[in-house]
Design a protein around this ligand. Structure first.
Ligand SMILES: [Fe+2]
Length: 400
């Protein structure tokens, strides 16, 4: 009997490589990152997470206080996503301004042969809650943090001074990573800490900076970040009477700069966004909004902004960089006519507030430094912006 058992064990060990079983086979099956919410709207959400081993996963969702559960999975071309670890489950058809509960369910896949699939452990997460956005909301509060540069402790410190209970979501305004060069880096840099602080209940969006486009894995960043349902980094969030436009700035230097080795196409990409932006600012939803905020990592600049005394030193310097100058040339003519209340930027690693300059820039541009986060509250009183340092000190507070 004992010999028989040893023989079977030896046979299983011999078979393991052919079954594609990972080296850490003996470790229990877990949800090892997330869940975190992305792309929340009035009627949908994307739930993201990873499992420790390959599996078959889904999300169960129910209206809070009810028992009827809907199972959501990702399905493409007739096939459910399976035998994977990284998941982003799109859930649609939700009611606006409604509280939901969700949990992850997952089955480990031990083998996946053409005519025989062997499942392993089945797991379920705890139930988490979130609310869909309210199309009738008269006010919204959100948080903006930027230039974290892979420092998860800084991310945690900045978030610790932010009113995450009151906020509807967090916008990470670029350079959250310095470059994407290691597997799992987005988790270590900011996603895990976001999950711990808020992201199981409230979404974040990543408005990319010039640094997130760097590194040999930058082209896979979209596997983790789902700002919009159509999978683009740029887009618009609507919170009732407030519209928030996210623009994807691209690189700071010219596309032909040798450091990019001919691998980038940001001039064309910024032009694509300018064409898209023209449609957005003409749209009913955008015109109907009472307050309009733009978030972009690199502040757009034009020469004439240097006429303002305090900008005389900053702007000429910025104009030597392709990113600022091209964004200025493309975006300002569109946004100057679009009744923008305020633009929120980053990138400079110091606080610079570019004031309204009629005929040049018709809205203030607030570039946050790299050691502070912003609370933004948009209401009938205007757009209130408070900038709080890593130490909790208030560095700027004004209603625009
Ligand atoms: Fe930057």
């Amino acid at each position: 009997m004992k010999n028989n058992l040893l023989l079977r064990l030896a046979l299983i060990l011999m078979l393991l490589p052919t079954l594609g079983v990972a080296q850490n086979d003996a470790e229990p099956y877990t949800i090892n990152h997330g869940p975190y919410l992305q792309g929340l709207t009035y009627d949908g959400v994307i739930v993201c997470f990873t499992t420790s081993h390959r599996g078959f996963s889904g999300v169960e969702i129910r209206r809070k206080g009810t028992e009827q559960v809907r199972l959501c999975r990702t399905s493409k071309d007739g096939l459910f996503e399976a035998d994977n670890t990284l998941n982003s489950i799109h859930i649609e058809g939700l009611e606006p301004a409604t509280e939901y509960e969700y949990r992850i369910i997952s089955k480990r896949m031990l083998s996946f042969e053409p005519y025989k699939v062997t499942f392993g452990e089945e797991i379920a997460s705890e139930w988490y809650t979130f609310s869909t956005f309210d199309p009738k909301a008269e006010a919204v509060t959100f948080v903006v943090a930027n230039d974290i540069h892979d420092d998860a402790k800084k991310c945690a410190d900045l978030l610790s001074h932010m009113p995450l209970d009151e906020a509807s979501m967090v916008f990470y305004n670029g350079d959250i990573m310095s470059h994407y060069s290691q597997q799992g880096q987005p988790y270590a840099s900011f996603i895990d800490v976001s999950v711990e602080k808020f992201a199981t209940q409230k979404p974040f969006a990543v408005v990319r900076g010039n640094h997130e486009t760097r590194g040999h894995l930058a082209r896979q960043y979209g596997d983790y970040i789902h700002n919009t349902r159509d999978g683009k980094y740029y887009g618009v969030y609507y919170f009732g009477t407030t519209a928030v436009v996210m623009l994807d700035c691209g690189e700071d230097k010219d596309d032909a700069h040798p450091v990019y080795a001919g691998l980038v196409d940001f001039d064309r990409y910024r032009e694509e966004q300018a064409e898209w932006l023209k449609q957005v600012v003409r749209s009913k939803a955008f015109r109907r909004a009472e307050r309009r905020i733009v978030i972009v990592h690199i502040p757009p600049t034009v020469e004439r902004m240097a006429e303002v005394e305090q900008n005389a030193k900053v702007v000429p310097d910025l104009m030597t960089w392709r990113g600022n100058a091209h964004l200025g040339e493309l975006l300002l003519p569109i946004l100057n006519k679009a009744d923008i209340d305020v633009m929120l930027s980053a990138h400079l690693h110091k606080q610079v507030i570019f004031p309204v300059q009629p005929g040049v820039v018709e809205f203030p541009i607030i570039a946050n430094d790299n050691v502070s986060a912003m609370v933004v509250r948009s209401s009938s009183e205007g757009v209130y912006v408070k900038i709080v340092g890593r130490d909790g000190a208030i560095k700027h507070e004004k209603t625009y």
